[in-house]
Design a protein around this ligand. Structure first.
Ligand code: ADP
Ligand code: MG
Length: 478
């Protein structure tokens, strides 16, 4: 075990880490931070959710010069959400230093970005496209860069950013420290590292001990046309406070979010075709609990740090076994436990075996829950609410009414009627989803080769209305 105190950090950085509430360094942090502080180039490979941001954030804070009015650090991330998230985390680590980190990404007003860049933030976090845009406009100064971080390098490769990254790396001073972080290390990334890094130290943290350990994994065998009812029954049974449902395509995500709302759940979809503003607002609503269910494609959710997710539902099995690991990495983080349920249509069973081979864990079969079990689950929710209300003693104004009610009927009948009124009974409003073809097993392991293809195959038909949904007015669930 390594505490942050043992890492020879400045007082300001220790204070910031303290404020974040971290005590122990994660394995990838304990191994990479000393090398990073020593100025070494390094490659850090560790699964999602293991704290890679801090692993490069701390060396940046310590190696760059606080207060110096020049951009000295550049972090390249695959998506806008990650740029924002990494920027926020770095600013937290920097909170006791004169170090400012500016996120830049597409979809944000470029003039405002140009102004912010002119103030020469010490660190810039950006997506490849927007960084290059500013390079072309000469609104970003890279001559004083001393550190470059490539975050989620494998994902940047999947999204076809490899050339952009090379272009950027050629433009920054070659006298620099380069850190590369990735959950997986496919060959093109190794080659990139070989060409652009100086004798990098490679630190690898094995996946299984970290990501999936805290997550219960099950699968349900279900035909395509039963998937949605099964999902609703599971949601009723579990009543998750915060859940992610993964769909294979953008169309799927749109249709699922809409269908869930029809049935009284508070759900929003997120995928690459939404405007930046819409994506931000969905993420904020989900983080703050206004939206209980996030429906997402792999690409949209990759790498996002979404805390407190208790349940992940794989409505469609992922195309690539590695995506499974990423999806499940959303739950059971930082010592909390989570549950993951994957829907498998009969023809997709071979895919499940591939996932089991990769994760070296058996995924247990679970029968599809019945409507009755869903109802029991919802009743349980009501009972818990009721018991909490008794404890809170907030119901004292209702006592005399209750007493006079008891003159009119026996207590069990009255309480059953109250439970029925309070319980959100499984909703069977008909919904229609477009069928997705099952994955064919011949596709299975070769997926990697055509990973540059977008993962969402279907164009969006139309935008769903973005009328705000209030979770309290949608249903009586709390
Ligand atoms: P990764 O980039 O490896 O997917 P993140 O950097 O997004 O992981 O970190 C995942 C979560 O763990 C974040 O909420 C982060 O604040 C938290 N975290 C990072 N380091 C620690 C630590 N040493 N102790 C506890 N939580 C940590
Ligand atoms: Mg990360």
């Amino acid at each position: 075990m390594t505490t942050f105190n043992q890492l020879n950090l400045s007082e300001q950085t220790l204070k910031a880490i303290n404020k974040l509430g971290f005590e122990e360094a994660t394995p990838i942090q304990a191994q990479t931070i000393p090398l990073g502080l020593a100025g070494r180039d390094l490659i850090g490979q560790a699964p999602t959710g293991t704290g890679k941001t801090v692993a490069f954030g701390i060396p940046m804070m310590e190696n760059l010069v606080s207060g110096e009015n020049a951009t000295q650090g550049l972090v390249v991330t695959p998506t806008r959400e990650l740029a924002v998230q990494v920027g926020e985390e770095l600013n937290k680590i920097a909170s006791f230093k004169q170090m400012h980190c500016l996120p830049i990404y597409g979809g944000q007003d470029i003039r405002r970005q140009i102004k912010a860049l002119a103030r020469r933030p010490q660190i810039i976090v950006g997506t490849p496209g927007r960084i290059m845009d500013h390079m072309r406009r000469r609104t970003i100064r890279l001559h004083a860069i001393k550190m470059v971080v490539l975050d989620e390098a494998d994902e940047m490769l999947n999204m076809g950013f490899l050339e952009d990254i090379e272009t950027i790396l050629k433009e920054v001073p070659s006298e620099r420290q380069t850190l590369l972080f990735s959950a997986t290390m496919p060959r093109p990334i190794q080659e990139l590292a070989h060409r652009f890094m100086r004798n990098p130290e490679i630190i690898r943290v094995a996946p299984k001990e970290v990501t999936l350990a805290n997550t219960d994994q099950h699968y349900v065998e279900v035909t395509e046309n039963k998937k949605f009812d099964t999902l609703c029954n599971l949601l009723d049974m579990h009543s998750p406070a915060s859940a992610i449902v993964f769909g294979r395509t953008k169309r799927r995500v749109d249709e699922l979010a809409e269908a869930l709302n029809k049935r009284g759940y508070s759900a929003e979809g997120i995928h690459g075709d939404l405007t930046q503003g819409k994506r931000d607002s969905v993420m904020n609503q989900f983080r703050s609990g206004i939206v209980e269910i996030l429906v997402a494609t792999d690409v949209a959710a990759r790498g996002l740090d979404i805390g407190g997710v208790t349940h992940v539902y794989n409505f469609d099995i992922p195309q690539d076994p590695e995506s499974y690991v990423h999806r499940i990495g959303r739950t059971g983080r930082a010592g909390r436990s989570g549950e993951a349920i994957t829907f498998i249509t009969p023809r997709e069973l071979p895919h499940l075996r591939l996932i089991e081979q990769l994760t070296k864990r058996k995924i247990q079969r679970q029968p599809a829950p019945s409507l009755h079990e869903a109802l029991i689950g919802q009743q349980q929710v009501t009972v818990e609410r009721l018991l909490r209300a008794v404890e809170d003693e907030a119901s004292s104004q209702y006592r005399s009414t209750a007493e006079s009610l008891l003159d009119q009927g026996d207590s069990v009948s009255l309480l059953s009627a109250a439970l029925k009124l309070l319980t959100k009974e499984p909703n069977t409003t008909p919904v229609r989803l477009t069928e997705e073809k099952p994955l064919r097993s011949s596709q299975s392991r070769n997926q990697r080769n055509d990973r540059n293809k977008p993962k969402d195959f279907y164009p969006r038909k139309k935008h769903r209305s973005s009328r705000p949904r209030n979770k309290w007015s949608k249903n009586n669930k709390s």
